[in-house]
Ligand binder design. Structure first.
Ligand code: NA7
Length: 536
C-alpha cells in the first residue's frame, strides 16, 4: 500500500475562510497546503445558497477581505448589499487573483479525520475513500452550511418538487404558474418571499415564529460612494475592528431612555429610513436592557401593522414573541409589502402546526390541507456545530468530537478543543462568528491561526491543544457574555441550537463583541499562547 500523500496543512472548505487560510499558509508561511471542498467551485455558503433573493445583510463595502490593499482598490461592488452571484464573482476573483484554485480539490467531501498520536498528524478521509495526512487540520466549514430539513412525515410522498434554500438547484427554479408553499420566515425566508411571490401563481407562507425585519433599502452604489470607499478603506477597516459586530458603523453612545418619546421616535424613523442592520445601533442598550428593547420592538411592530393592509395578516406578522434582535434580525426588500398581493397568504403554524405532507401538499393539525406544486424549506441550518459534527472527527485517545460535544460545544476561544491537537476551527462555536460581520471574524481567525502555526514552527513545537481548564473557563465566559445580554431570551433561536430537535441548548457564538474578542486572542498569543499546551 502506498503512503497517503502528506501536507503541512489540510483545510476543509473553500469559502471566505478556506480561501484566505490557504493564501496565508501557502503564500505567507510557504507551507504545503490543500483545500478540500465538497462543492464544484469556491464560495462555501454562497456556493450553495442560490435561492431567490439571496443577498448578504452586511453592506458590500464591508463584506470583503481587507488584507490586500490592491484587492480593495481593484474590486468594485455594484449595490449596497451584494447579491449571491456578485459574491460568487468576488470570491472567484480572489481565488484567481491569488492563484488559489490550483491547491483546491473540488467535489471532495471530507467524511472523517483522525489524529494519529504516534506520527503526530491528522489523517483525513474523503467520501471517495481517499486518504491524506497533514500536520495541521483547519476546518473552514462555515457556520450555516448544514441544511436543516424538518422531518415532516410524508415528505417522501410529495408529488411536486421540494427544495431547501441552502441546497438550491444551480439552474434555478421556475415558479411560473405554480402553487408554492414556503416554510420558514427567518432571514432567508424573508428575502425569498417577495421574489417568489412575483413569479408564482400563488405563495402560501407557513409562519411558526413572527419576525422583525428592517428595510434594506438596497440600491446601486453611487460613483461618489464607491470613490469614498476607495479613498477611506483604512478608516472603514478601523471602524469595523473597533465595533462589537464588525460592521462599518458605530453604536450610538446613548440609552433609549436618555431621550424623550418624540426624540426616540424621530431617531427610529431616521434609522428605519436609512435601513439595514444599523437600526440596531440606534441606542447602545437595545440588546442589554429589556425596556429599551421594548421601545424598538414596539416601533417595528407598528411599522408592520402600517404596511400590511389585511388586519388579520398584520396581527399575525406583528405578534412577535422575542425581543428585537435576540434572533438574527433580518433585513428585507418589500417583505411585509408582499402580503398585500392577492397571490400571497400567511398561515400560522405555531397555533396549528404542519402535521404531514401528502402527495398533493401540506396538512395542518386541524386537518386543513394546502394544495401545493412546490415546497420551499427556508428552515435554516444545524448551525455552527452541524458542519463540524457531520465529519467523524477523532482526536487523542480515540475520543470523538461528537462524544466530546454531547452536551454542547466546548472550545477554547472557538479556535481549538482539548483532546484535538493541531486542529483549528475557523469561526467555531465559542467565537463571535455569526454575531459578527463574517469576513471580519474570518480574517481575525485566519491571521491568528497563521501566526500561531508560524510560532509553532519557529519554536519546534509539534503539538498544540488547549488545556481542559482553559476550555472550561472559556465556556463559562461565553455563557456569561450571552447572559449579560438579552440574546438568551429568544428561547427558540438557532444561536441556542433550539431549531434542531435533540440538539443541546447551549448559546454557541461569543456575545462579548468582536473587538473585545480580538484583544483577548492577541493577549493569549502575547503571553506565549496562554491556556494552550505546547509540546515538542
Ligand atoms: P433561520 O433563521 O433558522 O430561520 C428558519 C425559519 O424556519 C424560522 O422561521 C423557523 O421557525 C422556521 N422553521 C424551521 N423548522 C420549521 C418547522 N418544522 N415548521 C415550521 N417552521 C419551521 O434560518 P435562515 O436560513 O432564515 O437564516 C439563517 C441565517 O443565514 C441568518 O440568520 C443569516 O445569518 C444568514 P422558528 O423561528 O424556529 O419558529
Amino acid at each position: 500500500m502506498t503512503a497517503a500523500p502528506h501536507l503541512d496543512a489540510v483545510i476543509i472548505g473553500a469559502g471566505f475562510s478556506g480561501l484566505y487560510q490557504l493564501h496565508c499558509l501557502r503564500d505567507r508561511l510557504g507551507l504545503s497546503a490543500l483545500v478540500l471542498e465538497a462543492g464544484d467551485g469556491v464560495g462555501g455558503t454562497w456556493y450553495w445558497n442560490r435561492y431567490p433573493g439571496a443577498r448578504c445583510d452586511s453592506e458590500s463595502h464591508s463584506y470583503c477581505y481587507t488584507f490586500s490593499k490592491e484587492l480593495l482598490e481593484e474590486w468594485e461592488w455594484t449595490e449596497r448589499y451584494p447579491e449571491q452571484p456578485e459574491i460568487m464573482r468576488y470570491l472567484n476573483h480572489v481565488a484567481d487573483r491569488f492563484d488559489l484554485k490550483r491547491d483546491i480539490r473540488f467535489g471532495t467531501r471530507v467524511t472523517a479525520a483522525r489524529f494519529d498520536e504516534a506520527a503526530n498528524r491528522w489523517t483525513v478521509e474523503t467520501e471517495a475513500g481517499e486518504r491524506l495526512t497533514a500536520t495541521y487540520l483547519i476546518t473552514a466549514v462555515g457556520c450555516l452550511s448544514s441544511a436543516n430539513v424538518p422531518r415532516i412525515p410524508g415528505i417522501e410522498s410529495f408529488a411536486g418538487e421540494w427544495y431547501h434554500t441552502g441546497q438550491w438547484p444551480h439552474g434555478g427554479v421556475d415558479f411560473t404558474g405554480k402553487r408554492v408553499g414556503q416554510i420558514g420566515t427567518g432571514s432567508t425566508g424573508i428575502q425569498a418571499v417577495p421574489v417568489i411571490a412575483r413569479q408564482a401563481k400563488h405563495l402560501t407562507v407557513f409562519q411558526r415564529t413572527a419576525n422583525y425585519s428592517i428595510p434594506a433599502h438596497n440600491a446601486p452604489l453611487t460613483p461618489e460612494f464607491k470613490r469614498w470607499v476607495k479613498e477611506n478603506h483604512p478608516e472603514v477597516r478601523r471602524v469595523m475592528h473597533s465595533t462589537p459586530n464588525g460592521h462599518p458603523f458605530v453604536i450610538e453612545d446613548r440609552s433609549a431612555h436618555d431621550v424623550g418619546a418624540d426624540e426616540r421616535e424621530a431617531i427610529y424613523e431616521a434609522a428605519w429610513a436609512k435601513g439595514g442592520l444599523q437600526f440596531r445601533a440606534a441606542f447602545r442598550d437595545l440588546l442589554v436592557d429589556k425596556s429599551a428593547n421594548d421601545t424598538a420592538a414596539e416601533f417595528l411592530k407598528r411599522k408592520i401593522r402600517e404596511i400590511v393592509k389585511d388586519p388579520k395578516t398584520a396581527a399575525l406578522l406583528s405578534d412577535i414573541d422575542h425581543p428585537f434582535a435576540t434572533k438574527r434580525p433580518p433585513i428585507d426588500s418589500n417583505y411585509f409589502d408582499a402580503y398585500n398581493r392577492d397571490n400571497v397568504a400567511l398561515v400560522d403554524v405555531r397555533a396549528n402546526p404542519i402535521e404531514r405532507i401528502t402527495p398533493s401538499g401540506v396538512v395542518l393539525r386541524d386537518g386543513t390541507e394546502h394544495a401545493l406544486d412546490v415546497i420551499v424549506f427556508a428552515t435554516g441550518f444545524d448551525a455552527m456545530t452541524g458542519p463540524l459534527l457531520n465529519i467523524d472527527i477523532t482526536g487523542r485517545d480515540g475520543a470523538s468530537l461528537r462524544g466530546a460535544w454531547k452536551a454542547g460545544p466546548r472550545t477554547y476561544l472557538g479556535l481549538q478543543m482539548p483532546g484535538f491537537p493541531n486542529l483549528f476551527t475557523v469561526t467555531g462555536p465559542g467565537s463571535p462568528s455569526v454575531l459578527s460581520n463574517m469576513p471580519v471574524a474570518i480574517e481575525q481567525h485566519v491571521e491568528w491561526i497563521t501566526d500561531c502555526i508560524a510560532h509553532l514552527r519557529a519554536e519546534g513545537v509539534t503539538r498544540i491543544e488547549p488545556t481542559e481548564e482553559a476550555a472550561e473557563r472559556w465556556v463559562e465566559h461565553v455563557n456569561a457574555a450571552a447572559n449579560a445580554t438579552l440574546l438568551p431570551l429568544a428561547g427558540h433561536s438557532w444561536y441556542l441550537g433550539a431549531n434542531v430537535p435533540g440538539k443541546p441548548r447551549v448559546f454557541m457564538p461569543y456575545a462579548g463583541g468582536m473587538a473585545r474578542y480580538r484583544q483577548i486572542c492577541n493577549d493569549v498569543a502575547a503571553k506565549g499562547y496562554e491556556g494552550f499546551r505546547l509540546e515538542g
